[in-house]
Design a binder for this molecule. Structure first.
Ligand code: NDP
Length: 392
C-alpha cells in the first residue's frame, strides 16, 4: 500500500486529492494536510473514499517533519505555495521521503523565481537516496514533457520552442485570477525574458504581443511574452536549443484592471504602513479578489496549452505543434474545479504515479525534461488531458 501526503488544500490540492483518490491501486492511503484544517475536511467530504486530513504549517520544518513521521508516506506532494518549497524539501530530507512540486521556489520578498535554490538540493537528495521531482504541473510540467516527446519521436534536434498558454475561459467576474492571485500577479507583472543563442534577453513586462490562431476553431487570442520557469530547465536540458519563449493570453479587460491596480500601487509586494499596521498591498488585494476556487462553477470555455517546436529530422527542417484543450465546465463536472487547477493537478497526480510505480526513479533533484516522456504522455491521455500533435 503506497501512501502519499498532499500538502495544500487550495484549487490544485483539491484536484490532486480527487484524482489520487480515484486511483486506490496506486495511491493506497492519502493524507491531505494544509494550514486550514476545515479546507482539508471540506475536500475530503467530496471524495469517493476516506482519506486522512491534518492541520500543518509547512513553513515550520519540525512541525511538518513530525506529521510526516507519524503518517510515513512514500511521497510528499507539495501543492502549497512556492514559498514553502524549501521547507518541505528540508522536511522530506529529515524524514527520508520523496518530494514533488508544481512551481519553483520564490522568496516572498522578491518577485523572482529560479531553479538555483532547488537545484542546490541535488547532492543532499542524492546522498539520501531520495528523489525530488520539480515542476510536475502543466506549465511547468506537461510543456517540458511535450518537448521531450517531440525530441524522442519526431525530431533529431530541437532548435526553437514557443510555449503558448491560452485561456479562453470566461468567469463573468469583472476581475479575478484563475489561480492564487498573489502568485499570478507577481508572475504577470514581472519582466519578460527569453532564451536566445545561449543568453537571456529581457523585455519590459507584457511589451511583446502577437495574435495566435488557436486550433480546432477556438478563434484568435492576443498572446504576450512572459518569463516562465520551464524556460530555465529547457535551456539546460534540451541540447542545442537556440531559442525558447513563453507566451500567455490575456483579455484586454484583465490587462486594463492590472494596469490600474499597478498604477495605484496595489500590486506592490513591499510593506506599507496603514493605520498603524504594516500591510503588503498585493496580499491585501488577494483578500479582496474572488477566491479562485469560487470560479469553478462560473467558468465557461476552454484552455489550450501547447508548444510550437521547430528542429531537424534526417537533415530536413520540420515543425510540430503539440497541445491539449481542456474544457472548464467538464473539469467542474468531474472534480468541482475549473480547468486551471485541473490542468495543474492532473499532471501532479501523473508525476506522482510515475514515481510510485517506479517508471520515474532516481536519487537527486529532477526536472521533467530528464525523464522518459512515454509513460507520462500515455497517462495524460488516460486521466483527462488528451493531447494532439500536428505537423506545421
Ligand atoms: P491556493 O492558494 O488555492 O492554495 C494553496 C494552499 O496552500 C492553500 O490551501 C493554503 O492554505 C496552503 N498553504 C499556504 N501556505 C501554507 C503553509 N505555510 N502551510 C500549509 N499550507 C499552506 O493555490 P493553488 O492551488 O492555485 O496553487 C497551488 C500551487 O500550484 C502553487 O505553488 C502554484 O504556483 C502552483 N501552480 C502551478 C501551475 C503549473 O502549471 N505548474 C499552475 C497553477 C498553479 P490556506 O488556504 O489555509 O491559506
Amino acid at each position: 500500500m503506497k501512501k502519499v501526503m498532499i500538502i495544500g488544500a487550495g484549487g490544485v490540492g483539491s484536484v490532486v486529492a480527487h484524482k489520487c483518490a480515484a486511483l486506490p491501486e496506486v495511491f493506497g492511503e492519502i493524507m491531505l494536510a494544509s494550514r486550514t484544517l476545515s479546507k482539508c475536511d471540506q475536500i475530503a467530504a467530496t471524495l469517493g473514499r476516506t482519506i486522512q486530513t491534518a492541520q500543518v504549517d509547512a513553513d515550520n520544518i519540525p512541525e511538518l517533519s513530525h506529521l510526516i513521521r507519524s503518517f510515513q508516506p512514500e511521497l510528499v506532494m507539495n501543492l502549497a505555495l512556492p514559498y514553502q518549497d524549501l521547507t518541505i524539501m528540508e522536511a522530506c530530507l529529515a524524514t527520508g521521503v520523496n518530494y514533488l512540486d508544481t512551481a519553483n521556489y520564490e522568496p516572498p520578498d522578491t518577485a523572482h523565481f529560479e531553479y538555483s535554490h532547488q537545484w542546490a538540493y541535488d547532492e543532499r537528495f542524492r546522498q539520501a537516496g531520495l528523489m525530488a521531482l520539480l515542476g510536475s504541473g502543466f506549465d511547468p510540467g506537461v510543456t517540458s514533457v511535450f518537448c521531450t516527446h517531440i525530441l524522442k519521436h519526431h525530431l533529431d534536434t530541437i532548435e526553437t520552442i514557443d510555449i503558448i498558454d491560452c485561456n479562453g475561459g470566461d468567469h463573468g467576474q469583472p476581475f479575478a485570477t484563475n489561480f492564487n492571485p498573489e502568485i499570478n500577479i507577481r508572475e504577470v507583472t514581472a519582466k519578460g525574458r527569453y532564451w536566445q543563442d545561449g543568453q537571456w534577453i529581457e523585455t519590459a513586462p507584457l511589451s511583446e504581443k502577437q495574435q495566435f490562431e488557436l486550433p480546432e476553431g477556438l478563434g484568435n487570442m492576443n498572446i504576450y511574452l512572459m518569463y516562465h520557469e520551464e524556460l530555465e530547465s529547457l535551456a539546460r536540458f534540451i541540447p542545442g536549443l537556440k531559442r525558447a519563449r513563453f507566451w500567455m493570453s490575456f483579455s484586454d479587460n484583465y490587462l486594463k484592471h492590472l494596469e490600474v491596480l499597478g498604477n495605484v500601487g496595489m500590486t506592490r509586494i513591499d510593506e506599507v504602513e496603514f493605520q498603524g499596521q504594516k500591510i503588503i498591498p498585493l496580499q491585501f488585494l488577494k483578500a479582496l479578489l474572488p477566491d479562485p476556487a469560487s470560479l469553478g462553477p462560473l467558468t465557461k470555455g476552454k484552455t489550450c496549452i501547447g508548444c510550437r517546436i521547430w528542429g531537424h529530422k534526417d537533415g530536413l527542417k520540420k515543425g510540430f505543434y503539440i497541445y491539449n484543450i481542456c474544457d472548464h465546465e467538464e473539469c467542474y463536472r468531474e472534480v468541482k474545479s475549473q480547468a486551471i487547477s485541473y490542468t495543474t493537478g492532473v499532471p501532479a497526480m501523473i508525476g506522482a504515479k510515475q514515481m510510485l510505480q517506479g517508471h520515474w526513479q532516481g536519487a537527486g533533484v529532477f526536472n521533467m525534461e530528464q525523464l522518459d516522456p512515454d509513460p507520462f504522455m500515455h497517462d495524460l491521455n488516460l486521466y483527462g488531458l488528451p493531447w494532439k500533435v500536428v505537423e506545421l
